[in-house]
Design a protein around this ligand. Structure first.
Ligand code: MOS
Length: 717
């Protein structure tokens, strides 16, 4: 049990025995239950609400509407939606809260919610494809619009030029645990148990909403049952629960239903992208253009930024990036399971395959030829980049160079192989941690981290144990409470670097404090002996991972280095030409992501991400019904996602290149985050093309796409 060794989760037994507690498992004395009533239409005004029948249900204590909820000041990020429900009669999306039923029991609140009668004067809703286009403002995190070099000249100089458009639908996060919170006031202090990826966010938003200092708000976030971005920002239910608790003078518990997760916490927006690539005869890129449109809500701005892939993936003398957003009457969109390069790599890595075929060059060679020695857009050196090693190892294990000798048919299955690059941003957030050595030599590590199921408690224990040169079994991690030192969020790739870095720095301070008693600067420590010698009950060290005053750093921003994590995906699929069915046969992926702290959870995370991408490539879509601007299905029985039967045993082989990134974090890690969910969808589409000669530029790739394309030019194949 140490860094680099596969280590089982320290919280595993708690989770599998049901002992682990989640936000909605808390029932303070006198808890009331709140259920949200959503708008049946996507745009309009509430003209009347008749809550008489709802109010008559036994146990119902109140039905709140916009008429009786106090007005809030204007809220800003990190609130996801500044148009907070129950603040006016306006309706901006289907499912938006129009009433909140509060009852003694959940069953009573649910029964009454169905009896609230809402009269609405509807107006026309904007739907995806028919919304209002806008150029997003520059938010400074990802490039919105920008040009390097002279793209026009580059395209004119190209011997081969391809231009294609790629579609990705709206998708929903669907974590196992639906979002939930319990709010309790005690005088002018608020405690909220919340299902969140970053406890500081509800704290900041609720302080804004109630005009109170953040110090008076405590967020307790125990285990969180998955997030995938849905719990990244603060959504209306968290504000409504706190408002209701204040009005009622009692704790209020609110948990969204699965269907409400489709209209109250965001989704990945629909993305339409056009890629233009120009190349010389020998395959060097002469120019690249990436134009993308993502849908977003009427009320707020989410800029997906898929063109970031074209900014960072390949060396090119000329790069042009143009993003737009399309305003639609849907709940606000938000980052989800590989935002930014997830959609971006679907388009770019499909286009690179098309270019390779047009040039008659092996797709791996095309990528190696255009390997970016430095950041392609501004020329900054990489903090570390072992992508070449990842390509080499993955290609070798897959047998890529020998694929011409591999079978092309297995029964009804036509076989094909495809590959792609994986790459994602390196988001780093400041984090603080405390290490407390107890009199008996045992160690408590503290930080307000959140646990979304990725294994970060185990990782923190390993980092602390290594930094102190002690047995990890003597380390306990306390997290999930804003009374602990302020950890950064659990977004993207950030927690390992942020909290991991802070914990290491805190541990090193402990070593310095114990130096007078014989502690060395490195190597193993005998903490019980050192503490006996020091003769104190506790020695603490504080650590802070930060970069000047910047609230966060994306892609190494604010440093002399560009930071990005990398990988190589190789995929084999089978396609049934008669039925259009697609089957996953095997995937080999290798990654360059800095030092890997716990290979067991890191591999699990990448395997999970590849399975997400199998879903994205062949199954998953939240289809918007155009007449009512609502999702056609709002559950897991009508939105297909991969299950065990879709993923053959041992089909997915992942691994990491041995690497230490000294610039990204004090522990050498660069963060894996959602890296495994980049590029894979394109590799699958590329493999399908290899199998049956059909190029599908829309995900999910469904049997009818294959059959229609085969019928069109199938006679020749
Ligand atoms: Mo990920 S979309 O940053 O949870």
């Amino acid at each position: 049990m140490s860094i680099g060794q596969a280590t089982r989760r320290v919280e595993g037994p708690q989770k599998v025995t049901g002992a682990a507690r989640y936000a909605a498992d808390v029932y303070p004395t006198g808890t009331l239950h709140a259920v949200i009533v959503g708008s049946p239409v996507a745009a309009g005004r509430v003209t009347a609400i008749d809550a008489a029948r709802a109010g008559a249900v036994a146990g119902v204590v109140r039905v709140l509407t916009h008429v009786d909820v106090p007005k809030l000041p204007r809220l800003e990020m990190p609130v996801a939606i500044t148009h907070v429900p129950l603040q006016s009669d306006e309706i901006r999306w289907e499912g938006q809260a129009v009433a909140l039923v509060i009852a003694q029991a959940l069953e009573a609140a649910e029964e009454a919610a169905a009896l609230v009668h809402v009269s609405i004067a509807p107006t026309d809703a904007l739907i995806p494809g028919k919304g209002r286009l806008e150029t997003p403002p520059d938010i400074g995190l990802w490039i919105v619009n920008g040009t390097k070099g002279d793209p026009q000249r580059g395209f004119e100089a190209a011997v081969k030029r391809i231009e294609q458009s790629y579609f990705q639908p709206t998708r929903n996060h669907n974590p196992m645990e639906t979002s939930a919170c319990v709010a309790q006031w005690s005088g002018d202090e608020l405690t909220i148990w919340d299902s969140t990826q970053f406890s500081q966010n509800p704290r900041q938003v609720l302080a804004m909403a109630f005009g109170m200092p953040q110090e008076k708000i405590r967020v307790i976030a125990p285990h969180t049952g998955g997030g995938f971005g849905a719990k990244g920002y603060v959504w209306p239910h968290e504000i409504l629960a706190a408002q209701a608790a204040k009005i009622m003078g009692r704790p209020v518990r609110l948990q969204l239903t699965r269907a409400q997760m489709y209209s109250m916490v965001g989704h990945q927006p629909e993305c339409r992208q056009t890629i233009t690539l120009g190349a010389s005869r020998d395959g060097h890129l002469t120019a690249m253009r990436h134009a993308a449109i993502n849908t977003t809500s009427i009320t707020d701005m989410q800029f997906e930024g898929p063109g970031t892939a074209t900014r960072t993936y390949y060396a090119s003398p000329a790069i042009d990036i143009a993003h737009q957003v399309e305003r639609v009457n849907l709940v606000h969109s938000t980052p989800m399971r590989a935002p930014v390069e997830g959609p971006g790599s679907w388009a770019l890595e499909s286009a690179m395959d098309e270019l390779a075929i047009a040039l008659g060059i092996d797709p791996l060679d095309l990528r190696l030829m255009n390997f970016a020695e430095t950041e392609p857009f501004d020329g900054k050196p990489w903090s570390s980049n072992q992508l070449r090693a990842a390509y080499a190892e993955a290609a070798d294990v897959f047998g890529w160079r020998n694929r011409a000798a591999m079978p092309r048919q297995d029964g009804v299955w036509s076989l094909g192989r495809g590959m792609s690059m994986a790459s994602t941003f390196c988001a780093r957030f400041p984090s603080e941690a405390r290490v407390r050595v107890q009199g008996d030599g045992s160690v408590i590590v503290e930080g307000s981290s959140n646990d979304i199921g990725t294994g970060n408690q185990t990782l923190i224990v390993l980092v602390a144990a290594e930094a102190l040169g002690i047995d990890p079994r003597t380390v306990t991690f306390k997290w999930g409470d804003t009374r602990l030192p302020t950890a950064g969020p659990v977004y993207g790739s950030s927690h390992t670097m942020g909290m991991g870095g802070a914990v290491r720095l805190a541990a090193l301070e402990v070593r310095r404090k114990l130096a007078a008693h014989g502690a060395s600067a490195e190597g193993p420590l005998d903490l019980p002996a050192l503490m006996r010698d020091a003769n104190v009950s506790e020695v603490t060290g504080e650590g802070k991972f930060e970069f000047g005053d910047a609230p966060m750093s994306m892609n190494g921003s604010g440093t002399p280095y560009a930071m990005q994590s990398w990988g190589a995906n190789f995929v084999e699929v089978g396609v049934d030409r008669d039925l259009g069915l697609i089957r996953l046969r095997r995937v080999v992926a290798r990654y360059s992501a800095g030092r890997i702290i716990n290979p067991l959870t890191a591999k699990s995370q990448m395997i999970g991400a590849i399975i997400w991408e199998w879903g994205k490539a062949t199954m998953e879509a939240s289809v918007v019904e155009p007449r009512h601007a609502r999702f056609l299905a709002k559950n897991l029985s009508n939105v297909a996602v991969p299950v065990n039967a879709d993923i053959p045993m041992n089909a997915i082989d992942v691994g990491f290149v041995d690497e230490f990134d000294p610039h990204a974090s004090p522990i050498g890690a660069r963060g894996i985050g959602e890296l495994g969910a980049t590029g894979v969808a394109a590799a699958i589409a590329n493999a399908i093309h290899d199998a049956v000669g059909v190029r599908v530029r829309e995900v999910p790739i469904l049997p009818h796409h294959i059959l229609e394309a085969l019928a069109k030019d199938g006679a020749t194949r």
